[in-house]
Design a protein around this ligand. Structure first.
Ligand SMILES: Cc1ncc(COP(=O)(O)O)c(C=O)c1O
Length: 384
């Protein structure tokens, strides 16, 4: 840092994992030390304890720890035997991991548009994506809605469409574990839910991690087998083709400590989001909050008039305020995904959002003074 920088220009973290680490203090060190003492690094007691806590937290019958959010998605798709000839509808405005495992298994991701007010799968575009899949001779097998930036998708509408077409729903809650939809926590709203514990996520570990949630006993048993190479009665009995998809005991130990403070952190994130909304609603389009859903605010993403974003990002950067663009390129604009079919009617909302969105620093340890500095800087930049 420039030693002459004014206190006001001190760099602000985008997500402050170090502040959380200070807050947790020796609790994490002690939890990791317990694993180092018993040496059960794989499938140790912390993994089972975490799975029980996660299931109780969200109300799902089963929580199954796995090696990442991507592997959580893969394990469910493998369990459902999704493959060539199957269409899986995914929103195009998401991180590409949502559609990645579908393509890896030889199935076809069919990309649908999102709603401008929630950034989440548009049920009308979803219906048009199913029609496109059928016209191409594909079997519509599953839908992967994403609860983007921490806010649940419209799960009731999606469930009704899935039921009408005999499709399964795998909820990609990588960014949104802890959020609620009509009074229910994510993890219980679809046949299966996948989440990520990547360090920057609202509930993150200190490496890679993830989980699958389901109420379906048979699916849970299959996922548990697949995460250990498709094991049968024991690990030297192979009944399915699987992967190394387990969550490490050390990561589970970290998550058990973090889960204790997670409810308070969700309240703090919500308070920060409300402060942003109050300070910015007249200069930008603030993200929607409704009475149907609560968000865990993985990102605080505002929309600007086209052409304003680059100037704002540069002005804020000069003042030590980081921003990020999620997502400048929706999946249908990505080299690896642009050949996949899209919903009839196009993906116009996603293309517009890709030009308009910008995310501001957001975490549970964002204090009011720092946030006022960010709000003030955004207001001055947009007025100029
Ligand atoms: C929407 C979405 N899906 C899936 C993933 C994959 O999670 P992981 O990085 O744990 O594999 C991410 C991670 O950023 C994500 O944002």
């Amino acid at each position: 840092m420039n030693q002459h920088a004014r206190v006001d220009d001190k760099p602000i973290p985008f997500i402050d994992v170090a502040a959380q680490r200070r807050h947790l203090g020796s609790a994490i060190d002690d939890a990791v030390a317990r694993v180092l003492a018993h040496c059960q690094f794989i499938q140790g007691p912390e993994v089972r304890a975490l799975e029980a806590e996660l299931a109780a937290f969200c109300g799902a019958r089963h929580a199954i720890g796995c090696s990442s959010g991507t592997d959580a998605l893969l394990l469910v798709l493998l369990a459902w035997e999704v493959g060539p000839g199957d269409a899986v509808i995914c929103p195009t405005f998401t991180f590409h991991a949502t559609a990645e495992m579908v393509a890896l298994l030889g199935a076809t991701p069919v990309l649908a548009d999102v709603r401008a007010d929630t950034f989440n799968l548009d049920p009308e575009s979803l219906v048009r994506a199913v029609a496109a899949a059928k016209r191409l001779g594909l079997r519509p097998r599953a839908i992967i809605p994403v609860d983007l930036f921490g806010l649940p998708a419209d799960h009731d509408a999606i469930a009704a469409i899935a039921a009408a077409h005999g499709m399964l729903v795998l909820d990609d809650a990588a960014q949104s574990f802890g959020a609620t939809y009509r009074g229910r926590k994510l993890g219980t709203l679809a046949a299966a839910t996948a989440t990520s514990f990547f360090p920057a996520k609202p509930l993150g570990c200190y490496g890679d991690g993830g989980a699958v949630f389901t109420d379906d006993d048979a699916l849970a048993a299959r996922v548990k087998s697949l995460r250990v190479h498709g094991e049968g009665v024991d690990k030297y009995d192979a009944t399915h083709i699987g992967i190394t998809g387990r969550l490490d005991s050390i990561q589970a130990a970290v998550l058990l400590e973090k889960l204790k403070i997670f409810p308070a952190e969700i309240v703090a994130r919500d308070r920060a989001a409300a402060r942003y909304a109050k300070g910015l609603a007249d200069v930008a389009i603030a993200p929607r909050t409704g009475n149907e859903s609560t968000s865990v605010w993985a990102q605080y993403t505002i929309r600007l008039k086209p052409g304003r974003r680059d100037g704002l990002a540069a002005t804020l950067k000069a003042q030590g305020i980081p921003t990020a663009i999620y997502y400048a390129k929706p999946l249908h604009r990505q080299t690896a995904y642009r050949h996949f079919p899209v919903a009839d009617g196009g993906l116009l909302v996603s293309d517009a959002l890709a030009e308009e969105v910008i995310s501001l620093p957001m975490h549970a340890y964002l204090d009011a003074a720092v946030q006022d500095r960010i709000i003030d800087a955004v207001r001055r930049a947009l007025a100029g």
